[in-house]
Ligand binder design. Structure first.
Ligand code: HEM
Length: 219
């Protein structure tokens, strides 16, 4: 068996892959949040940004394919690790004995799968437009404002951003352990930076549907 296949076959390999693909996802959501914030600078600014991304079609497709591969590998290794864990303990513990695990760490598989579902809805909503009531090609401002004027969609996004926060908060810390990058001296600093970035992404993203519903962002 080749080195790469052996690596993929081992639980350590899957953990490392999850950490690297998770880190790529974390970087993407920070960049995407920064792009989204341009909605506060007005219709022309956010639409110019959307046009700029679409003009660089080659680059956009490289990022799309890399992201799709990262999400696919992340979900696949998570599901495989879950199955390996189950197979290793066919009889469940009599007492759950949860001493250190936080709710976020125990629900990673659920928040992860819900986020994968959110992502599909989000693409149908803002990229393909088939789940949007008033979609206009390349008019990101219109799509964001009219999309979030629909209250159930806004509530759904807000709930998903909270799930994203739980997933990123635990995953962002865990990935440093999986990669063996946490020196006890820096553990607190890594945790503080991860939580600060996670809160920034969640609060900034939630502010958009809230601003639309409050009438701050309007057509
Ligand atoms: C309130 C929060 C969010 C808003 C307002 C938002 C807005 C948008 C908009 C307007 C687009 C379409 C851009 C265009 O094609 O012109 C888009 C695309 C996308 N968003 Fe979001 N987004 C949010 C949160 C997220 C989150 C949390 C994720 C990841 C978990 C995400 C992942 C994506 C992806 C993968 C695309 C497709 C990019 C492409 O065209 O390939 N978004 N988003």
């Amino acid at each position: 068996m080749s080195w790469t296949l052996k690596f993929w076959d081992s639980t350590v390999g899957k953990k490392v892959l999850m950490a690297l693909t998770g880190a790529a996802g974390f970087v993407f959501v920070i960049g995407h949040m920064a792009g989204n914030m341009q909605v506060y600078l007005g219709r022309d600014q956010i639409n110019a940004y959307a046009h700029f991304l679409h003009e660089k079609a080659g680059l956009l497709w490289v990022v799309r394919i890399a992201l799709l591969a990262a999400v696919g590998l992340h979900v696949l290794s998570a599901l495989q690790l879950q199955l390996i864990k189950r197979a290793a303990r066919p009889v469940r513990y009599q007492k759950p004995g949860i001493i250190q695990a936080t709710p976020a760490s125990r629900t990673m598989i659920f928040t992860g799968l819900l986020l994968a579902w959110f992502l599909l809805y989000h693409l149908a909503h803002f990229t393909w437009g088939n789940a949007h009531p008033a979609f206009r090609e390349l008019d990101a401002y219109n799509n964001i404002v009219t999309g979030f004027q629909h209250v159930p969609s806004s509530v759904f996004y807000i709930v998903c951003m909270v799930l994203l926060g739980l997933h990123l908060g635990h995953g962002g810390n865990a990935l440093f352990f999986s990669l063996g990058l946490v020196h006890p001296k820096y553990r607190q600093a890594v945790r503080a930076i991860t939580y600060a970035l996670m809160l920034l992404v969640v609060i900034a993203n939630i502010s958009i549907p809230v601003a639309v519903l409050a009438g701050v962002l309007k057509i």
